[in-house]
Design a protein around this ligand. Structure first.
Ligand SMILES: [Zn+2]
Length: 75
């Protein structure tokens, strides 16, 4: 795949865990697809992925109300 940052071929999607917020409001989202480029070393999310992450972070409040585990899987 072509890297959006440097324009070279070789970028790949990898799945990462990211944590957002802190303390009581902290949420960990697993398996977020991040595009990583071995040429320039950048890793970034697509706009769609960032949008989905925002949605999952909001969803966290619902999960918290249900007392579920504070880890959300992206998939
Ligand atoms: Zn690159």
């Amino acid at each position: 795949m072509i890297c959006d940052v440097c324009g070279q071929d070789g970028a790949r999607t990898k799945r990462v865990s990211r944590s957002y917020g802190k303390g009581e409001d902290m949420v960990v989202i697993d398996h977020i697809p991040v595009i990583a480029c071995p040429n320039c070393g950048e890793s970034y999310m697509t706009a769609d992925t960032m949008h989905e992450v925002q949605r999952l972070k909001l969803h966290r409040r619902t999960l918290k109300a249900l007392r579920l585990a504070p880890v959300i899987s992206y998939v």
